[in-house]
Design a protein around this ligand. Structure first.
Ligand code: ASP
Length: 642
């Protein structure tokens, strides 16, 4: 038996539901449990109804009307006329129940978690009921089964805990008796011991499918969604991300814990326990292979060290500094106990070796609660100055490299931190679990996208490397340079493995300026230069843009006259700049100049000095002595010596 789950976007419209039917028709004969989400967006709208009603806002009625019309529309598009009226009355009856619930909330001005669960359950109930009917109408032997009869939970409304012993018993009993080949069930919902409706947490339909698969020891669990599998990174952040073909349960758990949205994190455990492979597939591109999540492959030699990169934005670090260590384990224990009591999810933990700092990373939204409970838990010790009041750092995020094979290979962490460092991404804290499946780093929120792209490039993109160019002052010579970059695009790509992208150009004479985060097309840009179009700017605007865009592998080419001062004015000035660049900024300071018929004089002289030659004298013929009379020869002599 197989379990298939279809997410909200896969059941959002009549077309997508038809797609599911044809997909199921093509499946080999056998028994299938089909778990479905609510039509895309319906759960959000149901929550909105409850909230508006509790605020005595009548708009909830309009939303209920919209929900009703959307389902009627689906019925009209999926079923022949003679079949529609029964389904429409079924929806109407349930919509009336939903409306009565919301009217009640409107009267009492209060929305309890229990009532919200009941309200949310309508979404999955509607979709699964209609899909079961559609499958039946298409000639498949399908029935609808309410998951609330099978999945028994505690009474933690909003995110109920499953009673596996009871649920497994009910599920097994039901499927043993049921003869239909296709059983369609609503995801996300269950019921408590008092038969009240509960939900399994947002995105919980995946979990429903995994609970069923595990109870009946299914041969496969398929999660059908709107992407072609688990990706190497979030494709919204990293355009070059691609689907991962195979991944172990543990890696998938790590990636989903660290923000990979494709699967609801608790889903993996029940499947893993029974060794049931999970396949993530794209409903809209079913021929795409998708991702197979299964038992870790022992033959890891040929596998990539890193399987995926993930991250969570909006992180805060909480640091507890213990001045007097009386009993450290008690401090840690108490800290984690209060956080867990308040249901604050701890994403990251690190502790220094002398054990007087404990740092934890939590979601920014939990800061106020965490600060209050931690300071109150340790109020006595803070008062006695054994402990400092909680230190909170904001505007952070966490990025994680995940890979089963990292432990067998030297260097992933070195590579990770050196590529972050090269791109000037400051690492605030680091953590690596003992299993070495995950190396995570806390960095500044503003660097999130840049870090993901940098790491993706380092670990997944063999070639080419993206270079982002900012060119300040495009004059005659630089125009030629632009032409060359354009002409030699393929050469850079094939021979040097560099993908040149011009992000910003400026012309400081006309103060014309063009920038585009995704790269500039040169020809329209050049005509803009010629026609003197573009924005007026200050001389430093392009540099400011470079900082603001915060792109990896950025190069800034300064062609302004000021740039010449760097290497040709006062020697102290030159030395100061060199120190700033190499010691403070850690940027290489490179330059080149030619004399005569393009003789590369600097590198030639440097080579000579490097093999022990000494400069005794420099002869210069000035062609325009007026302009350069301020440059002293002794400066230049020192310049080469250094
Ligand atoms: N419909 C629920 C939600 O939107 C559950 C799910 O789709 O998995 O969270």
């Amino acid at each position: 038996m197989q379990v298939l789950k279809f997410g909200g976007s896969s059941v959002a419209h009549s077309d997508s539901i038809k797609r599911i039917c044809s997909l199921l028709e093509k499946k080999p004969k056998g028994k299938y449990a089909i778990v479905v989400s609510a039509l895309g967006n319906i759960t959000d709208q149901l929550i909105q109804c409850g909230q508006l009603a509790s605020e005595r806002n009548n708009v909830y009625k309009n939303i209920i009307e919209k929900i009703k019309i959307r389902h009627f529309h689906i019925i009209r598009e999926l079923f022949p006329i003679y079949y529609q009226s029964n389904l429409i009355s079924w929806i109407k009856k349930n919509i009336n129940d939903l409306e009565s619930l919301c009217n009640g909330i409107f009267q009492v001005k209060e929305l309890s978690k229990r009532t919200l669960d009941k309200i949310m359950s309508f979404g999955e109930l509607f979709s699964s009921f209609l899909i079961a009917k559609k499958l039946k109408k298409s000639g498949l032997n399908a029935i609808f089964k309410d998951s609330r009869d099978l999945i028994i939970t505690d009474s933690k409304f909003g995110c109920a805990k499953v009673d596996f012993i009871k649920s497994n018993h009910h599920i097994l009993q039901f499927f043993r008796k049921e003869k239909s080949e296709y059983v369609v069930l609503p995801g996300f919902i269950g019921s408590n011991f008092q038969n009240q409706t509960t939900t399994l947490g947002r995105g919980g339909s995946d979990y429903t499918a995994a609970i069923l698969a595990s109870a009946i020891s299914a041969s496969l669990l398929e999660i059908w969604t709107d992407v072609s599998g688990m990706m190497t990174a979030n494709p919204k952040m990293v355009h070059q991300a691609f689907p991962i073909k195979e991944i172990s349960y543990e890696e998938a758990m790590e990636l989903s814990h660290f923000g990979a949205k494709v699967i609801y994190p608790p889903t993996i455990k029940p499947a893993m326990k029974k060794n049931i492979p999970i396949k993530i597939k794209n409903t809209f591109y079913p021929i795409d292979p998708g991702t197979l999540i299964h038992i870790s492959n022992k033959k890891t030699k040929n596998r990539q060290p890193v399987t995926g990169i993930s991250g969570i934005q909006n992180l805060a670090l909480l640091t507890l500094k213990i001045r007097l260590i009386i009993c450290i384990s008690m401090y840690s224990k108490r800290l984690f106990k209060v956080l867990s009591r308040e249901k604050i999810n701890v994403i990251f933990i690190t502790q220094n070796s002398s054990e007087n700092f404990i740092t934890t990373g939590i979601h920014e939204m939990d800061i106020i609660k965490a600060k209050k409970v931690i300071n109150s838990e340790f109020s006595q010790e803070i008062y006695q100055k054994y402990i400092d009041p909680l230190k909170i750092e904001y505007d952070l995020c966490i990025i994680a490299l995940v890979g089963y094979n990292m432990k067998n290979i030297h260097g992933p962490s070195g590579k990770m931190f050196s590529s972050l460092g090269k791109n000037r991404i400051k690492v605030r804290a680091i953590s690596q679990g003992p299993t070495e499946k995950n190396i995570s780093a806390v960095i500044q929120k503003k660097d999130f996208k840049k870090a993901l792209n940098t790491l993706h490039e380092t670990f997944f993109e063999k070639n080419p490397k993206q270079i982002n160019l900012f060119i300040c002052r495009v004059g005659k010579v630089e125009n030629k340079l632009l032409e060359k970059i354009d002409q030699k695009k393929n050469y850079f790509l094939e021979k040097l493995k560099l993908k040149m992208r011009i992000i910003g150009l400026s012309n400081n004479i006309q103060r014309i300026y063009f920038d585009n985060k995704n790269g500039i097309h040169l020809s329209p840009c050049k005509s803009n230069f010629m026609n003197k179009k573009g924005l007026k700017m200050k001389i430093y605007s392009l540099m400011e843009k470079k900082w603001k865009f915060n792109l990896r592998n950025s190069l800034f080419l300064d062609n302004t006259a000021i740039e010449k001062i760097t290497g040709s004015s006062d020697y102290n000035h030159y030395q100061k700049l060199k120190t700033i660049s190499s010691y403070l900024l850690k940027y290489p300071f490179l330059f080149k100049t030619n004399v005569g018929v393009y003789i590369p004089v600097i590198s030639t002289i440097n080579d000579l000095i490097n093999i022990g030659d000494k400069i005794k004298k420099i002869d210069v013929i000035f062609l325009n002595s007026e302009k350069i009379k301020n440059i002293s020869m002794s400066n230049h002599y020192d310049y080469f010596q250094n």
